[in-house]
Every structure is written in C-alpha cells, then in structure tokens.
Design a protein around this ligand. Sequence first.
Ligand code: PEP
Length: 248
Amino acid sequence: MARRKLVAGNWKMNGSRAALAELDAVAAAANAAPQVDVAMAVPFTLIAAAAERVPDLSIGAEDVHERDSGAHTGCVSAGMVKEAGARFTIVGHSERRADQGETSQDAWAKAAAAHRNGLHVILCCGETEAERNAGRAERVVQAQIEKSVPDNADGSWFTLAYEPRWAIGTGRTPTVEEIASIHAIARAKLRMLIGDAADGVRILYGGSVTGDNAATLLAVENVDGALVGGASLTAAKFVPIIEAAAGL
Ligand code: PEP
C-alpha cells in the first residue's frame, strides 16, 4: 500500500516567539512539496502563535495528559492543545520515558486521549543502547508496541515512530539493514494487533536525521517518513529533509 511520506519536526524545550519566523520557510517548502506531509511539534506556549502564523502547516504538541481535565497541576490536556490550534501530538517520546518515567501504558492512555479529542497521534518507541547491545532491540520494540498501540488505531489518526534512544541527538544512526529489520517487525506487530489497518499506518524513523542522510533513510522499506529533533530547529536544516522526502 502506498503511504504518503510524513516529515515531522520536534522542537522539544527549544524555541521562542522570535524562532517562529523559521516556520515561514518550512511552510513554503511544505507547499512546494504537496506529495509530502509536513508537521511541526512545538512547546505548548508556542502552539497558538505557530498555528496562527502558518495556518497551512500542521502544528502539534509534544505531549498531552491522559485525562481530559481535572486536578493535575501543571499538565495540559489534548482538548486544550486542540483548542490552541494543534492538529496532532507526540506521545511516548523517549525523553519523556527517561525524564518523567513514562511507560508504554501511559503512552497508550495519552494516545487514546488525543484521539478522543480529535488529534492525530505520533507514538514513539525504541530501544536503549544497552538493550540493542544485549540483542533485545526487536523484543523491546515489539513489547512497547503491544502495550501502547490502541486497538482502534488506524492510519487516519495514528502514526508510529521508531526512535532508537541511542540515536537521538547523537549523530549516530542504525544501519539501513537494522532500520529495515525493526520497521518490518513493527509492521508485523501492528498487523497482529490491528489487522489490515496496519498497512495504512505510517512508521517514521527518528534519530539524528539530517539533510545529508534523509534520502538514504527515507528510501528504506517501511520507512514512511522521519521524526526530526535537532534538525527541525531551523528551516535551513529542516527544509532539505522535506526536499529529500519529496524527491522519493
Ligand atoms: C527526536 O527527539 O525525536 C529526535 C529524533 O531527535 P534528533 O533528530 O535530534 O536525533
């Protein structure tokens, strides 16, 4: 099944109102590449301003709470980010798993909350370096998918991102064979969980994607796009990744 490529950025805890100017060129590049979907997750405080500044670009959140409202000081719900202009949210990012102790069960609940509130979901999974060195990468990713993918997931609202933790922000990437192997395993696990709907779910690769390696990584079988951290912070680095996706 042909799946449109998705290039999604993640600003993490970076950015400011001034930095939103970067999005002008990103939106222009997205408009020039109609065969590719482009999205940018930004800090909560910038969602509304970003969505107003570049209405054609899909702006999203980096996380949401699993509940819709209530006594959860400092947390932000899916409905809140939707109202602010977000069209999607990332859930289960490895930095939240490491920094906030989030589990695959939390990612499942957050994905469900996001879907309930009309947001597209990018759900992250990926092994640590120790797990890969111990030969457990496949099993770890399979278990994460099994615990975090909602039963009713389909490509209309759900995207999976394979992000080996040791590749995030390090300049290191797995080999194309390693990426192809995990993506095939992830696709097979999705098929076990959600049946034929798995064919419509995009599986992104994330971890040190740049304009230099994007064409190679995006050509790997079952790689339906990229989730990009550091290289999404400036248009100069992000636009070449969009262009690489468009050239495939
Ligand atoms: C990420 O944080 O999701 C990510 C892939 O980061 P980077 O591109 O900087 O490795």
